[in-house]
Design a protein around this ligand. Structure first.
Ligand code: TRP
Length: 336
């Protein structure tokens, strides 16, 4: 016993892609299977609404898509508690209490928020909403209301965990030692680049391979991947260092095979079309069992609902316990 509570989650704004798979999902399954942790995964619908408030259908639809993606990669609801953020009202309550402990200037300085605001000009124009600026406060509540100790994150999320730790310290210094400071565990995986060579794979960039893509879709997408533009004829020597096909081979093919691929490419002994076909085969081999499991849940939506209902119920119990302590510490425990 005494397993360390993990809290992670994703905004349900689209289905999950191979960037998520290598960046976080594989690691979540590994941590789940290690037996050392008590993992909680929240589907962050409230956070998704901070920049999609005008598109509730999109958020609603993607909650189940994301959960099916989790289940299809091997997140096991018997070992991991999967729940819906908006169904934990205690989180919203705690967010309000925390908002007194954070200055507006500090939020405006948060590098993650700053970057995102710059990227979301089309949503916010020149002035950002209170809700979006404050989402790190709500994320701090997500983590601490579930008593999260270990938060596996990519580099871009580190400032959010740092801000959470600051809030916890401030809370404890004023109201007493009630909350635990969570620890960020930086994932070793690098961000997976897009088919077009962009640093980021993403829905809005149209350069992603989804876990739920069919074999045909994968084949088509791989054919569109950017290769060495200097290579015109099949036997021109190529540069695999600037080729997305070689880049993905490193994720999906064995190390030895990759060495041969690069060698043949540099020597002009390997055509791009054949190389892409081989890559598509490797990707499809990885995705096939994932697709199969997904299909099962697509055909049994009542199971997905049941998993979410149970997970949410359990998470809610945890949240209630935390709020009892929080309210007592804040002298808000009126009729107990
Ligand atoms: N910010 C995360 C993302 O954009 C989602 C998230 C919300 C989260 N609450 C969290 C992650 C709590 C870890 C812990 O993907």
């Amino acid at each position: 016993m005494n397993k360390k509570r993990i809290v992670t989650g994703d905004r349900p704004t689209g289905r999950l892609h191979i960037g998520h798979y290598f960046g976080s999902l594989k690691n979540r399954v590994k941590m789940q299977e290690s037996g050392d942790y008590d993992p909680y995964i929240l589907v962050a619908d409230v956070q998704a609404l901070t920049d999609n408030f005008n598109n509730p259908e999109k958020v609603r639809k993607n909650v189940r898509e994301v959960v099916m993606d989790y289940l299809s990669v091997g997140i096991d609801p018997k070992k991991t508690t999967i729940y819906i953020q908006s169904m934990i009202p205690e989180t919203a309550e705690l967010t309000v209490f925390y908002s007194n402990l954070v200055t507006i200037a500090r939020l405006e300085r948060n590098p993650t928020v700053k970057t995102e605001i710059a990227q979301k000009r089309e949503v916010f124009g020149e002035s950002v909403t209170y809700g979006f600026l404050g989402y790190p406060v709500s994320q701090a509540a997500d983590i601490t209301v579930m008593d999260g100790k270990v938060i596996p994150v990519g580099e871009d999320q580190l400032p959010l965990i740092e801000q959470c730790r600051e809030i916890v310290r401030k809370f404890n210094s004023i109201y007493g030692e009630v909350l635990t400071e969570p620890e960020a565990v930086l994932s070793k995986e690098k961000r997976v680049r897009g088919l077009d060579g962009n640093e980021k794979m993403g829905k809005s960039l149209g350069n992603a391979i989804y876990l739920s893509d069919s074999e045909e879709e994968v084949n088509k997408k791989v054919m569109s991947a950017v290769t060495d533009p200097g290579r015109i004829k099949k036997d021109d020597p190529g540069n695999p260092d600037i080729c997305m096909v070689s880049y993905y081979h490193k994720l999906f093919s064995e190390e030895e095979a990759c060495k041969t691929i690069c060698k043949e490419c540099r020597a002009g002994e390997r055509g791009c079309v054949g190389c892409k076909k081989e890559l598509a085969k490797m990707i499809n081999a990885t995705l096939e069992p994932i697709r199969e499991r997904r299909k099962y849940y697509e055909e049994h939506p009542e199971l997905v609902d049941e998993i979410l209902r149970k997970g949410t119920e359990k998470a809610r119990e945890t949240a209630k316990e935390t709020m009892k302590k929080v309210k007592k510490a804040m002298m808000l425990d009126y009729f107990e």
